[in-house]
Design a protein around this ligand. Sequence first.
Ligand code: TRP
Ligand code: SF4
Length: 328
Amino acid sequence: MNKKRILSGMRPTGKLHLGHLVGALSNWVKFQDEYDCYFMVADWHALMSEYENPLNLKENILDNVADWLACGVDPEKSNIFIQSQVPLHLELYFILSLVTPLGLLERCPTYKEQLREITNRDLSTYAFLGYPVLQAADILLYKAEAVPVGEDQLPHLELARQIVRKFNHLYKTECLIEPNALLTKTTRLLGTDGRKMSKSYNNYIGLSEEPEVIRKKVQSMVTDPKRIRFSDPGHPDQCNVCNYYRVFFPEAAEEINEACVKSKIGCTDCKKELAGKIIDLLAPIQKKRQDILKDKGYIEKILSLGQAKAGKIAEKTIQEVRQILKLI
Ligand code: TRP
Ligand code: SF4
């Protein structure tokens, strides 16, 4: 019965793609039996970087949650909720920010990197600096013992742990719990151009992409640059196409590998085959997604159940925290 509680979140910034499937969703699905899972739509976090042109959040949320469910996140096993529907996240965020040293946030590597790299938006705001504090609140509010995250989120998790230590030490309490990272075997999936798969690079293959588009995108993938003529032996270990085989179709990867090295298959055919396999992989997911979206109220019902359940736990933690700070 007493399963460990875990929490993870995803920002609803747009359509989900294969990177989300291998990086997060497939792990979430695996954790559902072993842990008491809370999966959260981090809409406030999305707004922190998109506040200038607020996204169509409601639409994105329904779209993303439909994909979560279609990929196998099961509302019977896991709690799915929207961050902004549990406003207590903000109260804890404020309280944590009381004890969070400014330097810790300013030195956070993800913060520095994003300020440097994202130049089409103004991210030098008070809220964006506090991004990891809200993330800490998301986790600590539920006393989650572990957080399934990719490596890119490790600095945020470390910050959450530091905040817990500071808070518990300062107020001589054990109220908050240091969360551990639930690091999953990192499957690195690059975009079609060989860079990190991302919406902003337009190099992704979406989960609800049409077969024709998938074929086109796969055909545009960068291959082994040393293989120019058919007769040139390929270097599949340096080829992104082959990496897709390894990640999604390990049973076929071996054969492709050999055929490539021995120049028995050309890149066009190799990609044609890959596209067909991705289309087949996504077909049942897309079918399930369509079925889910047919029932208009279904997702909203799941989200309101999730909100109620999350709200209860959040309420309990916040009561303790208020007492510690001699509020109320
Ligand atoms: N920052 C995370 C990301 O961009 C999303 C997120 C928000 C999150 N709150 C969280 C992840 C809490 C894990 C736990 O991917
Ligand atoms: Fe890559 Fe396939 Fe071409 Fe080999 S045959 S270089 S694995 S695309």
